[in-house]
Design a protein around this ligand. Structure first.
Ligand code: UGA
Length: 433
């Protein structure tokens, strides 16, 4: 099939590369010339495991090209994916300006019968907006569908190749047929629903996962007050098949480019339809306040951060990505600097990105270098390079008195203490020798 993907962010590039791998003729379209040049060279404009290999394979097989030219990209396309960004407006609603611009720009070049599929995360009702814009700008026959994406950064290629489900939000039988055919090589249950249901499903999935994280963080807070250990609690409640023990390790709250934004957008959408008093608002508030609250508690546990030398391990919002959007480091480090601490930080992939956002700190080539003379070591992100450290070697580099703050509960507190540290985790009592 001839496909065009508008937008070269995570979703757009991964979608382009995966469909090209299956032998479709894919054109990736973006208005950013430097991104297009990088992509045509076989490199994603961000770090994502396996993606460059996939891009290079498809470029070499000539099933994939990238361009800034709408006429070239749209005129032959049978399916056009809109995968542009939908940032939140200041009031929390989804800012649909890029969706609208892309729709307007494609309209004059459409051919009869093209399917325009929304992959960007958008509020229910957006398909109608897209349809209205197209009707005012073309006489051609077209169809609008919604194909929400459920990939995670850091495992985007794997998730796209192995989805749990393929959600097709469409009503016309021939559109459903074409989209089923397109997704044929992918595993996962097919779920065929209306575009509005597909859009609600996308927001609800993210909001549910975000509330699950917020819930376990709240329970972790209670464990810290009563001597229970959150990891043991998860083990016990997770054994209930209705609940499960996956996807709710506690920490400093959820970050990234999706959950914070999508929870706010769904809350704003709820408000706009008269549901102001929503659980979503509370989830968002609790998550927003969490880092500050935890930092205060950590500070109290170690006798304050002022004048302390602190090693920060992990700067990205999660492992296997250099994405810094809503990364805990962006709140933690300014807080520590304000308290009068000195910071040395390391991240396996995101240091260049961090340098543009975080000033007044030193960057280290690895965790051991970051730990030199440190009075506090704070693990912020569970990169595999940071969760298997030689604790004795780390201790030998650090200050004689050093506290290890494990905001991801990645280390066995006993082993950390045996190596000579004081241990502070999430959802458990501080551990000393
Ligand atoms: C999330 C969803 O998981 C994807 O299904 C969805 O497609 C994507 O948003 C999107 O809407 O595009 P992503 O933001 O890449 O994916 O990352 P996750 O791995 O889900 O993590 C999100 C945040 O939650 C991170 O800050 C992570 O550290 C945190 N988290 C995750 C926890 O604190 N505990 C957990 O158990 C899991």
């Amino acid at each position: 099939m001839r496909l065009t993907v508008i937008g070269t962010g995570f979703v757009g590039v991964v979608t382009s590369a995966v469909f090209a791998k299956f032998g479709n003729q894919v054109i990736g379209l973006d208005i950013d010339e430097s991104k297009i040049a990088t992509l045509n060279d076989g490199h994603a404009p961000f770090f994502e495991p396996q993606l460059d290999d996939l891009l290079q394979e498809a470029l070499a097989a000539k099933t994939l090209t990238f361009t800034t030219d709408y006429q070239q990209a749209i005129s032959e396309a049978q399916v056009i994916f809109i995968a542009v960004g939908t940032p939140s407006a200041p009031d929390g609603t989804a800012d649909l300006r890029y969706v609208e611009l892309a729709t307007k720009a494609m309209a004059p070049h459409l051919k009869d019968g093209t399917i325009v599929a929304l992959k960007s995360t958008v509020p229910p009702g957006t398909s109608n907006k897209v349809r209205e814009i197209l009707v005012s700008n073309t006489n051609k026959i077209f169809y609008v569908a919604s194909l929400p994406e459920f990939l995670k950064e850091g495992s985007a290629v794997y998730d796209t190749l192995n989805p749990d489900r393929v959600v097709i939000g469409a009503t016309e039988p021939q559109v459903i047929e074409t989209l089923l055919q397109l997704h044929e090589p992918l595993s996962g249950k097919r779920i065929i629903i209306s575009p509005e249901s597909a859009q609600m499903a996308k927001y609800s999935a993210n909001a549910y996962l975000a509330q699950r994280i917020t819930f376990i963080n709240q329970i972790a807070n209670l464990c810290e007050k009563n001597g229970a250990n959150i990891q043991e609690v998860i083990q016990a409640i997770g054994a209930d098949a209705r609940i499960g023990n996956h996807y709710w390790y506690p920490g400093l709250g959820y970050g990234g480019s999706c959950f914070p934004k999508d929870v706010k957008e769904l809350a704003a959408y709820a408000r706009s339809v008269g549901e102001a008093d929503s659980l979503l608002v509370k989830i968002d508030e609790l998550n927003d306040a969490r880092i500050f609250n935890k930092m205060q508690e950590f500070g109290e546990a170690i006798g304050g951060f002022a004048g302390k030398s602190i090693a920060i391990l992990g700067l990205s919002f999660k492992p296997n990505t250099n994405d810094m959007r809503e990364a805990p480091s962006l709140k933690v480090i300014p807080y520590l600097l304000e308290q009068g601490a000195t910071i040395t930080a390391h991240d396996p992939q995101a240091m260049e990105e961090a340098k543009a956002l975080l000033e007044g700190i030193t960057y280290a080539a690895d965790a051991y270098e970051a730990a030199k003379g440190a009075q506090v070591i704070m693990l912020l992100v569970e990169w595999s390079q940071l969760t298997n450290l030689d604790l004795r070697k780390l201790k030998a580099r650090s200050n004689k008195q050093c506290c290890f703050i494990d905001t991801r509960n990645q280390y066995d507190p006993k082993l950390v203490v045996q190596a000579g540290f004081t241990y502070v985790g999430i959802g458990m009592k501080q551990v000393r020798l």
